[in-house]
Design a protein around this ligand. Sequence first.
Ligand SMILES: [Mg+2]
Length: 104
Amino acid sequence: MDDLDQDEMMEYLSTQMTPERAILKVVEEANELAEKAIKWHNKPVDKKPSYEDLLEEFGDLALRFALFSLCLKIDLDKLGDGVEERVDNKLKQLYIYFKGKEAK
Ligand SMILES: [Mg+2]
């Protein structure tokens, strides 16, 4: 398995699923991450998922999102350009919100 090229595996896998299936896997992994994050926050120390558990779910989600983007033939680098305005606006909103809280 180690000699398999990651890009080749991704390309192959993206041809093995429909975009509908791929987005549902994104949603599934997002929910798994959400569940772990909620437990990480709410559970007592001895019942919290580990940081490694959270990283594992982040990795699952990142993979599924990358596969979904390949299914739709979306270039993630170009997608980054397309969402730049949204990221900028959201960043400013968050900054203003936290600065506002700090001032109280
Ligand atoms: Mg998972």
